[in-house]
Design a protein around this ligand. Structure first.
Ligand SMILES: O=C1O[C@H](COP(=O)(O)O)[C@@H](O)[C@H](O)[C@H]1O
Length: 271
């Protein structure tokens, strides 16, 4: 099962980041009131980082019990552990260093200091994910998991590149075509750095909610194609779907090429 995309348009990148932050806080509070622990998959990139900064700046963030949030990443640049270009390092600077997290619940991809290559780091992340899935079943034997190799993802955040890549799944490349594994190593990404690790599209699509946050006129073509129903191999963002919600949160600049039929679908409900 997967949810048809809904679109929410915001006037500027700043208001978009604030809207993503407000929704994320609300979603985590709601999940925690149901189940105690919530799980979010973070993204890197400009909007991913701006949204986390907006969470840190929002007074409402204190409503979340951050020590009971599991943090995973949709992708990572295969670099040294503390390289400033790593998505996890940027997330730490934007949010994680400013809240109280449980280090055992912060699940970063392995780095170049720890693994010989991106494939080894991808395999390690798949093992971390599988261990988390088993731990979830130990706590609740009736837990519903879309894939027994994966924990439940309550919300998965994605950015979108101007070429429509999501996570580290680039158009027409092996990563976006990968099936049967939960993670993939990428050796030749067209955007630096070339070595990366990523969740596969199949893994992304097990998330309960997938939110794609996009800002800027350079992304308008990618947004337009993805929402017009392009194929996911050519336009990876077109393939991202949540089980119960697929939400595109975009600014006016990124909405310039939106198919007309979607402009009135603005989802301001926050649910
Ligand atoms: O390299 C990456 O790029 C995408 C998009 O980034 P943006 O700066 O164009 O918004 C990002 O979603 C991904 O996590 C990251 O590794």
């Amino acid at each position: 099962m997967s949810a048809e995309p809904k679109v929410s348009i915001h006037p500027s990148q700043t208001s978009l980041a604030a809207a993503v932050a407000a929704r994320l806080i609300t979603r985590l509070v709601d999940v925690q009131s149901d189940r105690g622990t919530a799980t979010v998959v973070l993204t890197g990139g400009s909007m991913g980082t701006a949204a986390l900064e907006a969470v840190a700046e929002s007074p409402a963030h204190s409503a979340v019990d951050w020590a009971n949030v599991h943090f995973w990443w949709g992708d990572e640049r295969f670099l040294g552990t503390n390289d400033p270009d790593r998505n996890a390092v940027q997330a730490r600077g934007a949010l994680l260093d400013h809240i109280t997290v449980d280090p055992d619940k912060v699940h970063e991809f392995g780095s170049k200091d720890e693994f010989p290559d991106e494939n080894a780091a991808a395999l390690d992340y798949a093992e971390q994910l599988a261990a988390a899935a088993r731990a979830e079943l130990d706590i609740d034997a009736d837990a519903v998991q879309p894939d027994p190799r994966l924990p439940r993802f309550d919300v998965l955040l994605l950015g979108v590149g101007p070429d429509a890549h999501i996570a580290s799944l680039f158009p027409e490349m092996a990563g976006i075509r990968t099936k049967g594994t939960t993670t993939v190593g990428v050796a030749d990404a067209p955007k630096p750095p070339p070595q990366r690790v990523s969740l596969t599209l199949e893994t992304i699509n097990t998330a309960q909610e997938v939110w794609l946050s996009v800002s800027g006129s350079d992304k308008a073509g990618a947004v337009g194609l993805a929402l017009a129903g392009a194929g996911h191999v050519q336009v990876p963002a077109a393939g991202a779907r949540g089980v119960r919600k697929t939400l595109w949160l975009i600014d006016q600049d990124a909405a310039q090429k939106l198919p007309g039929r979607l402009i009135d679908q603005d989802d301001e409900s926050g649910d």
